[in-house]
Every structure is written in structure tokens, then in C-alpha cells.
Design a protein around this ligand. Structure first.
Ligand code: SF4
Length: 388
């Protein structure tokens, strides 16, 4: 048994080391020399690219896993296309270069070049993903645009492979000179920041691409989740608005009635009725029914003790102004407020926000009625509404 454990450890270690070595071999093909920029990176946060050029690449184990899966998926797609008998693969991993100025160029490798699909040569860029997108992602389109312009080809395909479910989705991308001009501007900007030795603004966070920061290996240097006006290490109370700072019971009653289900329990509503309920519940007209909530005096007290008050609310971002007015009328002041961006699932979004903030702050309490949210808060060491 002891021997078996030794063998298992060895195999684990071998995989880790092997993956790193493969990554290093691949990475050696990128020279990270100011002036040469990479289409596969250029659509990502400029600040992150700045760090790569000035501090070197630092692959996390997550990144190595993404790299390894990507390699596997590329190989599988290539084999599948060759086996299909429908298209002919002309080239793989073809090196391309676009010269932008005397000292700035974009250099990369095309995944797959198909000899002819319906009379055209086509570039195929393959991406493995954990969720198929509804439309091609901007940074992937930028990458493909560079290749199309470099190869003077009219059309390419972005092919996404859902590595969890095996689903596949492909999108057409037409070559665009305008897109190449925008990409060139980014490369020139990045070059200028590197030349001056000053990092660009935190682009990913400023543009709401928090997922990019979650995966960024320079997060500990960049500190994207520090909130303006709240210093690292400070204590905070995080609070929801509804059912905590405001009493929404009348609004909730009215919204249920308007949705045609008076007195029903929200968690038991069928999806389409629930959607209708939330449209009324979050309508600006009904907000006027709110009154002072049960924890408003409590957060006043905590704030007076020097603890920061951060509002993280499931109310949609578009209600920010009205919500802030509502809270001011109740006499409340706070240190920072975040509202749910469109399309985000509430519990998932809130728990991610807490995880990001706990990297920099002492979250002492989370005032939120949702049980799943409370469980996350407790795991992060915060007291919940039930304990204050
Ligand atoms: S942490 Fe976010 S903002 Fe900072 S460099 Fe990384 S991706 Fe950009």
C-alpha cells in the first residue's frame, strides 16, 4: 500500500512537471519582446499584457489545465476534420505576421487552414470552453481578424468546443479592415505603456470583465478588487438592500398580485411567472412602497464604529440611481455600492463578489436573507444576518 501511494505521488508529480515543460516549450515560441505582440493576447486586458512583458509569464495550475485541454481539443478537431472527408486541411499551426509600423508587429499561429470550403480557403480558430457562447467572444474575434488580414482571406470560423458536454458551435467571422485598425491601436497603446514603463489602466475591471481578473495571474499585484475609498485590510459589513435596509413586503405583495399569483411563495413560482413577478417587483413604480428596513439602525451603528458599509444588492444595476435616492431618503450613507449586472444569476454573482472582496478586506458580517449566500458568508468567516 505504502509503495502504491509512492507510485501515485510519482505519477501526479510527473503529470505536473510534464505539463509545465510542455507549456514552457510552447511559451518559448513567444519571445515577449516589446514591439512583437500576439493576436491571441491582444484582446485581453492591456494591463495584464503589460505585466507579461515586464514581469514575465506566470502560469497558474488553472492556466496549465486550460492550456492542456486546449491542446487536446485542437488535436481532436484537426483529426475530425481530416477524417470527415468533407474538407481538406491545408495547414496547421501556420505562422503569420502583420507589420503595423517599423517597430511594431503582430505575430501568431493560425490553428487550422482549410483548403476549400464551398469554394473558399478558410481559417478555423478552435477554442475550448466550459460554456458555449451565444456569439463569438470579442477577444477571439480580434485574434481571428489578425489572421484573416495577414493571410488576405475573406472569411474565418471560430469554433467553440464545450469541454464538459462535448457540444460544438461555430461562428462565421468576415474579415474587417476596421477591426484590424482597432487591434493595431491597441498594440500601439500597449507598446507605448511598455516603453514608458507605466502600467495601463485596469482595463478588465473597468470594462466589467471580472472573470478575466478572476483568472489573472497578476491579481495580487494589480489588486483589481480594491474598492475606491476603502483601504486594504479594513473591516466591512456587506448588506443587501431588500428585506434588510428596506422593508419590501408591500412591494412584494403588490408584485405577486400583478403577476396574477397573490399570496404565492416566490420560490415555488414556475419560471415564466417568476420572471413576470420580478419585472413588477423591480419596476421603478413599485419602489415607492418600500419603508425603513429592520437592519438600518444596526448598520448605522456599525458604521459609526468605523466599519465600512458595502452594499451588494441583487437589484439590477439599472435601479442604482433610484435605489440610492431611496436609501438617502431613509437617511443612510454607505461606502460603496454594487448592483447586479444584467444577466448575472443573483446568488452566484454575490458569492463571487464576496470571494473577491475577502482577498483584501475583513468581511465581518453579511446581511442577506438568502440561505445559499449565508452559507458562503459563513465559509468566508463572516457572521450572517441570523447571528447579529
Ligand atoms: S487583475 Fe484584472 S485588471 Fe488587473 S491586470 Fe489582471 S485582468 Fe487586468
Amino acid at each position: 500500500m505504502i509503495e502504491m501511494i509512492g507510485i501515485a505521488d510519482k505519477v501526479e508529480d510527473a503529470v505536473r512537471k510534464g505539463l509545465r515543460r510542455l507549456w514552457e516549450e510552447e511559451s518559448a515560441l513567444h519571445e515577449w519582446r516589446p514591439g512583437v505582440y500576439y493576436p491571441s493576447y491582444i484582446g485581453y486586458c492591456l494591463r495584464k499584457q503589460y505585466y507579461i512583458y515586464t514581469l514575465g509569464e506566470r502560469p497558474t495550475s488553472e492556466k496549465l489545465a486550460v492550456f492542456a485541454t486546449g491542446r487536446g481539443v485542437h488535436g481532436a478537431v484537426e483529426e475530425a476534420l481530416r477524417a470527415s472527408g468533407i474538407v481538406e486541411v491545408e495547414d496547421v499551426e501556420k505562422k503569420v505576421e502583420v507589420k503595423l509600423t517599423d517597430n511594431i508587429s503582430l505575430s501568431g499561429r493560425v490553428d487550422l487552414l482549410l483548403a476549400e470550403v464551398e469554394g473558399e480557403r478558410v481559417i478555423v480558430e478552435v477554442k475550448s470552453t466550459s460554456r458555449l457562447p451565444d456569439s463569438p467572444l470579442e477577444h477571439h474575434v480580434m485574434q481571428l481578424q489578425v489572421y484573416l488580414n495577414a493571410e488576405d482571406m475573406g472569411r474565418g470560423v471560430l469554433l467553440y468546443w464545450d469541454k464538459r458536454r462535448g457540444a460544438i458551435k461555430a461562428f462565421n467571422v468576415e474579415r474587417s479592415g476596421d477591426a484590424l485598425r482597432r487591434i493595431a491601436e491597441r498594440a500601439v497603446m500597449l507598446h507605448e505603456y511598455i516603453r514608458r514603463g507605466s502600467p495601463p489602466p485596469k482595463e478588465a475591471i473597468l470594462e466589467g470583465r471580472l472573470w478575466e481578473c478572476d483568472l489573472c495571474e497578476y491579481r495580487s499585484i494589480c489588486k483589481p478588487f480594491l474598492l475606491p475609498g476603502i483601504h486594504e485590510g479594513e473591516r466591512m459589513v456587506i448588506s443587501e438592500v431588500d428585506k434588510v435596509l428596506v422593508d419590501d413586503s408591500e412591494r412584494e405583495r403588490e408584485a405577486l398580485a400583478l403577476a396574477g399569483v397573490p399570496g404565492a411563495r416566490i420560490e415555488e413560482l414556475p419560471p415564466d411567472v417568476k420572471r413576470r413577478f420580478y419585472e413588477y417587483y423591480y419596476s421603478a413604480d413599485l419602489l415607492s412602497r418600500d419603508t425603513k428596513g429592520p437592519f438600518i439602525e444596526y448598520v448605522w451603528k456599525r458604521r459609526a464604529e468605523g466599519v465600512k458599509l458595502v452594499i451588494i444588492s441583487g437589484r439590477p444595476e439599472e435601479l442604482r440611481e433610484r435605489t440610492e435616492d431611496e436609501l438617502r431618503k431613509l437617511g443612510l450613507t454607505w461606502d460603496y455600492a454594487v448592483f447586479r449586472p444584467e444577466g448575472e444569476r443573483e446568488v452566484w454573482w454575490k458569492t463571487n463578489m464576496y470571494r473577491r472582496l475577502v482577498e483584501h478586506y475583513q468581511i465581518e458580517e453579511v446581511l442577506d436573507r438568502d440561505r445559499a449566500v449565508q452559507r458562503t458568508a459563513r465559509r468566508l468567516g463572516a457572521k450572517t444576518i441570523l447571528e447579529v
